[in-house]
Design a protein around this ligand. Structure first.
Ligand code: HEM
Length: 459
């Protein structure tokens, strides 16, 4: 397979500032959000802005999205994932997004619901074999499960397990790169400090993160995907996402093999860890809020009884879906949405020089009391259909917003509702006492040291 570009120095610099801004924004910008809607600091010659007001966010992500691009930060991701919807910009992105959008509609996804349900059934059967009152760690369980679901949805039943192994390898590769990058930061502590608008943050240059390991893993994965592609006929009619990618066409033609491969790997990576962390947070938050969990169990029993859900059942489980959406508000797995200004811009009187990085610290927005009533309270009621319009559209950003909003959001919500319902048919989950869970902002916002839970079998 074709070698991928090596990370450029600018890519590395950006990675460092992202990691650093991670430390900064999660610990501090989040607290400062109510004091300032724009926080600015300096990263070498570049200025970095964090914007937390929904109107500013709408300005950058929707109204004036043409003044910004995604790719400076994402260049780094493309060294690993290749060029795909996630990393592309401009006309190429637009063309591919238009081609692929229809495959993620609810109607299309309904057609592949069995592919989602199968791996969940296998997982619940496995849980069942453990009896009652056993302990499990939700982050790793949900990660393996969501890999299986997205892998099966992509490659079909026969290849789902290959996909799972391969996805696991990618995650490990990415994790290694990320851990090494973090160690670099710890080993060479930067002299940084955070101030509000008008002040700056300085920090020392750091060593590059060793992305080569992640790239090595990705090349192995490329070869595996190539094998899968070779085994498919040109007139493949499978209902899975790979079949759809192979059939996608517009007036300019179909996707190249490399593009199909990169999009497939992107769906696996973009689609599993986010959902897995969201699920782990949801189980934890439900364990702390027994009233919400009871209501979910009641809904699942009333709608499904003991039977396997079908596509028609998903909209009949609004509370179950709302629990996941509220968990995504409470702890948004994608905790920062970054953009680069490609021209000079002005946001409400603040000059944004060309080349600046603009960050949206999602969790700060999700906990801003100006836009959320009692934001520290876990309350899925906010996401019941009748309350869908109660919040500012740009104050809820787990899937981003505007043109670049997550293409897989309907997939994720459907998958999460199915997982929550099918697990709840058999078990209620409690938190293991004495193991408080803390959020840790790395590539995604994850529970540090996982979420240990006890599975209680339901009568
Ligand atoms: C984009 C979050 C599930 C595929 C995004 C973005 C966010 C996000 C925040 C926008 C990033 C930006 O604008 O900079 C999530 C969360 C998920 C989830 C929280 C689960 C709870 C999925 C799934 C898939 C997927 C299941 C695919 C099967 C993608 C792709 C993009 C994307 C391809 C790039 C879209 C584009 O720019 O056109 N996701 N995602 N995601 N997501 Fe998701």
């Amino acid at each position: 397979s074709a070698p991928r570009v090596t990370p450029t120095t600018s890519g590395i610099r950006v990675a460092q500032s992202m990691l650093l801004s991670g430390l900064i924004s999660f610990n501090q910008i989040a607290e400062k959000a109510s004091e300032a809607d724009i926080v600015r600091w300096r990263s070498g010659p570049r200025q970095v802005f964090a914007i937390t007001h929904p109107d500013y966010i709408e300005h950058v992500l929707r109204k004036h999205a043409d003044r910004y691009m995604k790719s400076v930060e994402y260049q780094l991701v493309s060294t690993v994932l290749g060029r795909s919807l996630f990393t592309d910009d401009g006309e190429t992105w637009q063309r591919h997004r238009t081609m692929l959008n229809p495959f993620f509609s609810r109607r299309q996804l309904n057609g592949m619901i069995d592919l989602m349900v199968d791996p969940i059934e296998r997982y619940v059967a496995d849980l069942d074999s453990h009896g009652d009152g056993f302990e499990l760690e939700m982050v790793s369980d949900m990660t393996m499960l969501t890999l299986d679901v997205v892998g099966t949805a992509l490659f079909g039943r026969e290849l789902g397990s290959v996909a799972k192994t391969m996805g696991h390898a990618v995650t490990t590769g990415l994790r290694l790169g990320e851990v090494a990058a973090r160690l670099t930061l710890v080993a060479a502590p930067p002299a940084w400090a955070v101030r509000l608008l008008g002040h700056t943050v300085h920090y020392a240059p750091l060593l590059p993160p060793p992305l080569d390991r992640a790239q090595f893993t990705m090349r192995a994965i490329d070869r595996m995907v190539d094998d899968v592609l070779e085994s498919r006929e040109a007139d493949d009619e499978s209902v899975d996402l790979l079949g759809m990618l192979l059939r996608a066409r517009d007036q300019e033609g179909t996707l190249t093999t490399q593009r199909v491969r990169d999009e497939a790997v992107t769906f696996m990576i973009a689609g599993h860890e986010t959902t897995a962390n969201g699920m782990a947070w949801m189980w934890y938050l439900l364990a702390l809020n027994g009233w919400a969990r009871e209501r979910m169990l009641e809904e699942v029993d009333t709608v499904l009884g003991g039977r396997t859900p079908t596509a028609k059942d998903v909209p009949l489980l609004p509370w179950t879906s709302a629990c996941f959406q509220e968990a995504l508000r409470y702890f948004s797995p994608i905790w920062v949405v970054p953009r680069t200004a490609i021209v000079e811009d002005e946001i409400d009187g603040h000059r944004i020089p060309k080349g600046s990085t603009v960050l949206v610290p999602v969790n700060a927005v999700h906990h801003d009391p100006r836009f959320w009533d009692d934001p520290q309270r876990f309350d899925p009621t906010r996401f019941l259909p009748e309350h869908a319009r109660d919040h500012h559209r740009f104050a809820y950003l787990p899937f981003g917003a505007g043109q670049r909003i997550c293409i897989g959001r309907t997939f994720a919500l459907m998958e999460a509702t199915l997982i929550a319902a099918m697990m709840s048919q058999r078990f209620a989950f409690e938190a293991v006492p004495g193991h408080p869970v803390e959020p840790e902002a790395t590539l995604t916002l994850r529970p540090r040291r996982g979420v240990r839970m006890i599975a209680r079998r339901r009568p």
